[in-house]
Design a protein around this ligand. Structure first.
Ligand SMILES: Cc1ncc(COP(=O)(O)O)c(C=O)c1O
Length: 338
């Protein structure tokens, strides 16, 4: 236990609505989004569809549900889908891709860079035949969480999409942190969705909304997705209260660059203290330590909170930790000789 103020670097999901966001939620114009229509939900969905370069979009309560709905629509029972090793859909969604969407997962190695397979790897696994599994989907993740927030640049994305198309695969993009990828690259988010059939993007991570993700795709895909969302119990009535938070969150995409600067500051400071860290491209820092559980305990004892991921320690910067907090965290780590 410590009396030091906690510095919570476990995830960018820990952010809380600030006054401006709470006021927007309180003032939201609402309707019944399951019965017919909630105007604030519609405004949010239209805005996100444009941002992601799609014709339609649908609010969903979580990124996991957004991925699940997409996979349920893309896969038939027993279809194989390809996804980079350690992807959220493979490792952190409780097997829903198999359990509920009926997919056979095929993890792909990261032979193009952190979190990214090569197009040859996609081609090599993309076959379907009379006496083999039917492979129907490539599921990408940008940024890739367990690869330390690694960014797939648009030319590589295009090559992966082309390889998938060559094999007749559909493409889903888990863009939980697509906003971070876009800011890191200095590109509009739509530049990173070229050629995909669906994309899931979170409002509740670095952008700071308390709840919500959006899936985007064609009109037909989204109208089917609306039915599946209802089936899963993900339709919300006066959802405008939540969509209002999402609209404020979307005004904050540019501010993610501060989180990226803070992640670099943290990584450099840790490296100066002798830690083995990868240079972050976005807001996630992975540090390799000999004993993850022990290091997490020692960090926690000085009020610095992180989690274990991919056998390393994961720190995530976000809008509720300032540059001063990062310097304070580094100071505590140095003082305690962690
Ligand atoms: C890459 C990625 N996809 C999907 C999700 C799931 O989002 P949610 O926690 O809203 O279900 C996460 C959550 O951390 C994530 O990092």
């Amino acid at each position: 236990m410590t009396n030091l103020a906690p510095i919570d670097l476990r995830s960018d999901t820990v952010t809380r609505p600030d006054e401006q966001m709470s006021a927007a939620m309180a003032a939201a114009e609402v309707g019944d989004d399951v019965l017919d229509h909630d105007p604030t939900m519609r405004a949010l969905e239209e805005r996100v569809a444009k941002l992601l370069g799609a014709t339609a979009a649908l609010w969903v309560p979580s990124g996991s549900m957004g991925n699940l709905i997409s996979l349920m629509l893309h896969l038939q029972r027993g279809d194989r889908f390809l996804a980079p090793h350690g992807s959220h859909v493979l490792a952190y969604e409780f097997g829903s891709a198999a359990w509920l969407a009926g997919g056979m997962p095929q993890p792909l190695e990261w032979n193009a860079g952190p979190g990214r397979p090569t197009p040859e790897t996609v081609r090599g696994h993309g076959d379907s035949g009379y006496d083999t599994l039917r492979t129907t989907l490539l599921c990408l993740e940008n940024t890739h969480n367990s690869a330390g927030g690694a960014v797939t640049p648009p030319h590589e994305h295009a090559q992966l999409a082309a390889a998938a198309r060559e094999k007749g695969l559909r493409i889903h993009l888990d863009g939980a942190r697509i906003w971070n990828a876009a800011i890191a690259l200095g590109l509009p988010p739509a530049a990173l969705t070229v050629g995909v059939d669906s994309v899931q993007a979170c409002l509740s991570k670095g952008l700071g909304a308390p709840v919500g993700s959006v899936i985007a795709g064609s009109e037909d895909f989204i109208s089917e997705a609306r039915r599946v969302r209802r089936m899963l119990g993900g339709g919300v009535r006066q959802g405008g209260v939540l969509a209002a938070a999402g609209l404020v969150a979307l005004d904050r995409i540019d501010a993610l660059s501060v989180d990226h600067d803070n992640a670099r500051l943290l990584a450099e400071g840790l490296a100066d203290h002798g830690w083995s860290v990868t240079t972050p491209q976005t807001n996630i820092v992975l540090a390799a330590v000999p004993d993850v559980a022990l290091s997490l305990e020692r960090l926690s004892a000085v009020g610095v909170h992180a989690v274990s991921m991919s056998g390393q320690i994961r720190f995530v910067t976000h809008r509720d930790v300032s540059t001063a907090d990062i310097k304070e965290a580094l100071h505590r780590i140095e003082e305690a000789r962690i």
